[in-house]
Design a binder for this molecule. Structure first.
Ligand SMILES: NC(=O)c1ccc[n+]([C@@H]2O[C@H](COP(=O)([O-])OP(=O)(O)OC[C@H]3O[C@@H](n4cnc5c(N)ncnc54)[C@H](O)[C@@H]3O)[C@@H](O)[C@H]2O)c1
Length: 304
């Protein structure tokens, strides 16, 4: 065959992708297999709000990959338990002999304003996104440490910066950014990398985004994930990348921007008097909300 000499960017690697039955995870699994990786396709097969699990969703993607000549196995466990996370990594080792990257895409939504949010809307969202990234990272970490290589990828969202009606989702996504940065720091001396993707892509989940947003396809996100899992990205770690259609952007690292000092403890009056020296940092979402309010008052559609 003519193509035999063409070596994919992930040839010889074994990659586990969670939430790989639909949307972005599916696109990542298919692209990784096309780049030569053997893939564990994990998906609990649930509705957008995390209910009614079925194993058919993961099986279907494995069918697509194998029909195209790739290598893949299905895993229908939930990432929310330690056993589920461990089973995904174990299945990679049992089926393909090793694990080189874990990509945690699984997610659900339970939108509600903070003043109405119940424990049943908070806990499963945190469990699926934040704990569901931890369970898989945790299972892979000792193996990566031992082999002195490996890639961890978490999926965050621009909503980690703040969200009006998704405090649970925003908190989980902010947690994932901190988990990924901590993994990058903690695993640095073992040659292991950890990065985050903040995707924007048309899927059943983004169908619920309340306002119009320029949006690419799940397949547009996959190449960046494959790049980060490949040897091309060996030294890339601790980063957050937005991927939307043909746009890739890097987020800044959190750091202090201003300070004020005195000798000893402040009084409230002193703080009130000198507060402008530290002041506030602009919060972009508040400006956008003001814009939307003004537009609503004047009966216009806000600028997208
Ligand atoms: N689509 C976007 O524009 C967008 C924007 C920001 C962030 N994200 C994030 O990207 C990721 C993928 O989103 P998507 O749009 O492809 O969503 P999607 O709903 O199409 O896919 C998510 C998949 O995760 C699976 N899943 C849910 N709970 C699970 C569990 N406990 N264990 C294993 N699998 C589980 C679902 O069955 C589903 O197939 C999510 O983490 C999401 O928060 C997406």
């Amino acid at each position: 065959m003519e193509d035999e000499d063409v070596v994919g960017a992930l040839e010889g690697k074994v990659i586990a992708v969670t939430g790989a039955g639909r949307g972005i995870g599916r696109a990542v699994a298919i692209a990784a297999a096309a780049e030569g990786a053997a893939v564990v396709v994990n998906d609990y097969g649930v509705s957008v709000d995390g209910k009614e699990p079925t194993s058919e969703v993961a099986d279907a993607v494995v069918g697509e990959i194998t029909a195209a000549g790739g290598r893949a196995v299905a895993n229908a466990q939930s990432v929310t338990t330690m056993e589920g996370g461990a089973s995904i990594v174990q299945q990679a080792v049992d089926s393909f002999g090793r694990i080189d990257a874990v990509v945690c895409v699984a997610g659900i939504l339970r939108e509600r304003m903070l003043f109405n949010m119940s424990e049943d809307e908070w806990d499963p969202v945190i469990a699926t996104h934040l704990k569901g990234t931890f369970t898989v990272f945790r299972a892979a970490a000792p193996i990566f440490r031992e082999q002195k290589s490996g890639t961890m990828i978490g999926f965050t969202s621009g909503a980690f910066a703040a969200s009006v009606a998704q405090a649970n989702y925003s908190a989980a996504k902010g947690g994932i950014v901190s988990l990924v940065r901590s993994a990058a720091a903690g695993m640095y001396k073992y040659g292991v990398t950890a990065n985050c993707i903040a995707p924007v892509a048309r899927s059943r989940m983004s169908g619920q985004v309340p306002f119009g947003l320029e949006m690419g396809e799940p397949e547009d996100v996959a190449p960046m994930v494959c790049f980060l899992c490949s040897d091309h990205a060996r030294g890339v770690t601790g980063q957050v990348y937005t991927v939307n259609g043909g746009r890739v952007a890097v987020w800044n690292q959190p750091h202090e921007v201003r300070e004020m000092r005195k000798d000893g403890r402040w009084t409230v009056e002193e703080l009130a008097a000198r507060f402008p020296e530290v002041g506030q940092e602009p919060m972009p979402i508040l400006d956008r909300l003001k814009e939307m309010e003004a537009a609503a008052r004047s009966g216009q559609k806000p600028n997208q």
